[in-house]
Design a protein around this ligand. Structure first.
Ligand SMILES: [Ca+2]
Ligand SMILES: [Ca+2]
Ligand SMILES: [Ca+2]
Ligand SMILES: [Ca+2]
Length: 371
């Protein structure tokens, strides 16, 4: 057995020695077949031995590891997968099996990013702001009564730029507000937006007493207007004739009016209301006698709180603080908050702090409430 194996081995060796030596031809192939970065294929110019690829704007090209395939049996340096700095073109040397070489020049660039960062339009409640592109300021004037504490601008900026705070997000414009625009290339610029609310002219500020209660602002206007005129001025100032919703609000308001509001009682008298002193509130039964509604902004939307005369009933359990009223005496359609007893001087129908229906055509002080 052992001898047989030996004989066979010798036979093979002898056979080989007897054949002519094979002609080994080494390959000269040394092409870069593909070159990709993040799945994006570079274009390869085989004639010029150049490789080029444009990457998305903002890509960091100082540390990129391309994946490269080359001809069979060739080698490349730097190798596929090695990180290179492509701030300048990178040379790749491909060595064929026959040791011949070729050099490819790989050039990687990025899409240019825009530096545009303008606010191209800025509007609030459809009023366009005036943009000063040099000063980076925007001025916008809004109608009387606009509440500047929460306004949502609609803003347009340069293509591919962003703005903060964003368009549509409410801001407090009581003081100037700064907006930052960031261009595609991450450069930034600040704009200062100044909102001016046209002052109302229906009430002299010298005749207004302002106070707060339960998070709300109230203004007592010491000027004599009919109920309709008073409601119009309330709206012009951004509020509505006060609508009293509970006993605590009634008490707080009454105390402010009596103690702090600078009211001269004899200047706001309703003769029809027992010659007592009143301020107008936002209630009336102008549209339908005995149907008492809150409508301090005098629009189409009302909330009924009382039905009938002094023997009537509250509606939906809403608060009321009538004296022995309403009585529609001689046609009384507006709600007055009494500041002293009526009838003067001894009373009998109502006391200070209670409500009376009095003529809407009286000219009295009035109380504005703001949400
Ligand atoms: Ca109220
Ligand atoms: Ca209303
Ligand atoms: Ca009435
Ligand atoms: Ca009355």
């Amino acid at each position: 057995m052992k001898n047989t194996m030996y004989a066979l081995l010798m036979l093979i060796i002898i056979s080989c020695e007897n054949e002519p030596a094979p002609i080994i031809t080494l390959s000269s192939e040394k092409a870069i077949v593909s070159f990709s970065i993040n799945g994006m294929e570079a274009s390869i110019n085989e004639t010029d031995k150049t490789i080029s690829l444009v990457l998305p704007g903002g890509t960091d090209i100082t540390a990129i590891a391309p994946l490269i395939t080359i001809s069979n049996n060739a080698a490349i340096a730097p190798n596929s997968g090695e990180t290179q700095d492509f701030s300048a073109p990178v040379l790749y040397t491909v060595t064929a099996q026959d040791a011949s070489t070729v050099i490819y020049t790989a050039t990687i660039t990025t899409v240019a990013q825009s530096s545009e960062k303008q606010i191209t339009s800025f509007s609030i409640n459809t009023v366009n702001g005036t943009i000063d592109e040099t000063a980076k300021t925007i001025m916008i004037t809004l109608p009387t009564g606009t509440n500047a504490t929460s306004l949502s601008p609609v803003i347009s900026v340069s293509d591919n730029a962003t703005i903060s705070p964003n368009s549509g997000v409410a801001q407090d414009f009581t003081n100037p507000v700064m907006y930052t625009v960031t261009a595609e290339d991450n450069s930034t610029v600040n704009y200062t937006i100044t909102v001016t609310v046209t002052p109302s002219t229906c009430a002299n500020p010298a005749n207004i007493y302002t106070f707060q209660y339960n998070g709300k602002t109230y203004e007592l206007v010491r000027e004599n207007k009919t109920w309709t005129e008073a409601a119009a001025c309330a709206v012009e100032r951004g509020g509505y004739l006060a609508e009293i919703n509970d006993a605590a609000e009634n008490t707080a308001i009454f105390n402010e009016l009596m103690n702090n509001a600078g009211i001269t009682l004899s200047n706001t008298v309703s003769n029809s209301g027992g010659a007592a002193s009143y301020v107008f509130l936002g209630g009336n039964d102008i549209d339908a006698e005995g149907t008492w509604v809150w409508n301090g902004n005098n629009d189409a939307i009302t909330t009924q709180f009382w039905q009938g005369d002094a023997s009537g009933l509250p509606v939906n359990g809403l608060y009321n603080n009538w004296g022995i009223e309403p009585d529609n005496f001689g046609n009384q359609d507006a709600l007055g908050l009494g500041l002293n007893v009526w009838p003067q001087p001894t009373g009998g129908l109502g006391t200070a702090g209670q409500w009376n229906d009095i003529p809407a055509t009286d000219a009295l002080y009035y109380l504005i409430e703001f949400d």
